[in-house]
Write a protein that binds this ligand. Structure first.
Ligand SMILES: [Zn+2]
Length: 84
């Protein structure tokens, strides 16, 4: 289906999130048909599980933005409350 051929470097780049988007999609398609690569990715993902926790700060940034919204909303709420 895809032109992708099993390649350990590609697997490693995928795990390090260094593939271009089109390469990544090709690889994901390949994963469906290739138990070998799937097993490699699965094992590596398990081994590097802490890596996923390192992504949490990205969510924290989003939370900061949400907090600013909440603060802005809070100010308005206080204004309304004072008027009331
Ligand atoms: Zn493969």
């Amino acid at each position: 289906m895809s032109m992708f051929v099993c390649d350990r470097k590609t697997v490693r780049d995928f795990l390090n999130e260094q593939l271009r988007e089109d390469e990544r999609l090709d690889f994901l398609l390949h994963l469906d048909d290739c138990p070998n690569c799937w097993e490699t990715v699965y094992a590596a993902t398990k081994a590097t599980h802490p890596h996923f926790y390192k992504r949490a700060p990205k969510n924290a940034k989003f939370t900061d933005a949400e907090l600013k919204k909440l603060e802005a909303g809070k100010d308005r709420k206080e204004e309304i409350f004072e008027v009331a």
